[in-house]
Design a protein around this ligand. Structure first.
Ligand code: CTP
Length: 413
């Protein structure tokens, strides 16, 4: 998914209050604008001491609302209408003073007035010295704000303006951007839906330092989790070791082996609506796990293997019970007879949708950022997708998932 589509036509009001972290908000503004958002920046007077309004104006191509000339601008913009039209309001950095004002409904500047008038979700990114953050007054204000439905991101541990290390550093702009994305998706087409995604290649150890693994990078599963999150789903990502980080708002359950993945999936599926099984699960594991590293002078030896459970098959066998997900998607990675093999698996594993991909192609499958897949439905119909980024493939798969769920809803399934 290109970032430009993410926030297209989304009205973001970005309130900047007076702290040194205001400089980091310049980067956040740039990301939001690049993602297609219409960003209106409101600065408190104190904020203008840290960063000039012209910086934000140049990035957003819109007038920046400041205390100094708010009256002049009010006729043009209108603080109430800004608040009303905001799809989301972000306050970053949110100082202890601004948090206190927000908690108590004060409206003595444009930022706090707009927050009071705001109908969309409000995301607060506090930044202050550790003592101020830990002060019971600030903590009580935070609790009050959360209770009223405002979302708090951070603060984090790190170097503070005073030069000391401690809790109070504003969340990084990437994190705030992701939290914003998560919040905006909350009412999406998967709102209220419990989605379980598996990703990555399991590792089957045979001594403390070695394992049998596969080439899966986890990219497809992570992309699916992110898109399902963007559509409002409550997503759990059960993943084998990868170099990737789960998206903000996604619950991550790291596992190593197929057996652990099996247990985690079984634990989750009785309360889930959708299962997207993108992981490359090892079909076999070493029968024995040596306690100590196997030494080379022990000579070469074959590792005896035993079967792992087939997770999807086990889920399929639960079909008649109530606690099977409403929709199950499988992934078939093949190097020959792609559609024939994928169709057999779709039927055998009683799937609602099979995503088939030819992993022998160099631009598709393992470790690359693109994928060329064919979607197979229960009627045996095949929909080949063009070569797309894995994010775009994830978008298309989730589109189909949403359509199938709607159909099932209509049929009362
Ligand atoms: N799968 C699973 N548990 C396993 C193996 C696979 O749940 N032990 C799931 C995969 O996550 C995938 C689907 O089954 O969604 C198809 O996996 P694949 O490896 O292509 O198929 P297999 O059934 O293992 O068949 P084969 O290895 O013979 O191709």
């Amino acid at each position: 998914m290109t970032e430009i589509r993410l926030f297209k036509n989304i009205n973001v009001v970005l309130g900047v209050s007076g702290g040194i972290a205001a400089y980091k908000v310049v980067d956040l503004t740039s990301r939001l604008v690049k993602a297609g958002a219409i960003v209106d920046v409101i600065m408190t007077e104190a904020a203008t001491k840290f960063v000039g309004p012209i910086t934000f104006q140049a990035l957003t191509h819109r007038p920046v609302v400041t205390e100094m000339f708010s009256l002049l601008q009010e006729t043009e913009i209108g603080h109430v209408s800004l608040g009303k039209q905001a799809d989301i309001m972000i306050v970053a950095p949110a100082t202890a003073n601004t948090l206190a004002k927000l908690a108590h409904g004060l409206s003595d500047n444009m930022l706090t007035t707009t927050a009071l008038a705001c109908r969309g979700p409000i995301l607060l990114a506090p930044a202050m010295e550790t003592g101020m953050w830990k002060n019971p007054a600030t903590q009580a204000n935070i609790a009050l704000l959360q209770e009223r439905g405002m979302h708090i991101i951070g603060p984090e541990e790190g170097r503070l303006a005073s030069g000391a290390d401690g809790l109070g550093r504003m969340a990084e702009s990437d994190e705030i951007f992701e939290a914003c994305r998560w919040l905006l998706g909350r009412n999406g087409t998967l709102a209220g839906c419990q989605v379980v995604v598996t990703a990555g290649g399991t590792r089957e150890p045979f001594d403390p330092v070695r394992f049998i693994g596969n080439r899966s990078s986890g990219k497809m599963g992570f992309a699916l989790a992110t898109v399902a999150r963007d559509r409002g789903g409550d997503v759990t990502l059960i993943h084998a070791p990868t170099a990737l980080s789960p998206a903000y708002g996604v619950q991550s359950i790291p596992v190593e082996t197929a057996l652990r993945m099996h247990d985690a999936v079984m634990d989750k599926i009785s309360t889930s609506d959708v299962l997207l099984m993108a992981a490359a699960v090892a079909d076999y594991r070493p029968a024995l796990l040596a306690e100590q590293k196997i030494k080379k002078n022990e000579g070469s030896r074959f590792v005896e293997l035993v079967r792992n459970p087939d997770i999807l098959q086990e889920v399929a066998n639960r079909r008649e019970t109530d606690n099977r997900p409403r929709l199950v998607v499988g992934f078939a990675a093949e190097t020959e007879d792609l559609l024939e093999n994928a169709r057999k698996k779709l039927a055998r594993k009683r799937l609602d949708l099979m995503v088939a991909n030819d992993v022998s192609a160099t631009d598709s499958g393992f470790a690359v950022d693109t994928n060329k897949v064919t979607l197979l439905d229960t009627k045996g119909e095949a929909t080949p997708l063009p070569l797309l980024s894995k994010n775009e493939v994830a978008e298309r798969i989730i589109d189909v998932v949403v359509a199938i769920l709607k159909k099932k809803d209509k049929m009362g399934k």
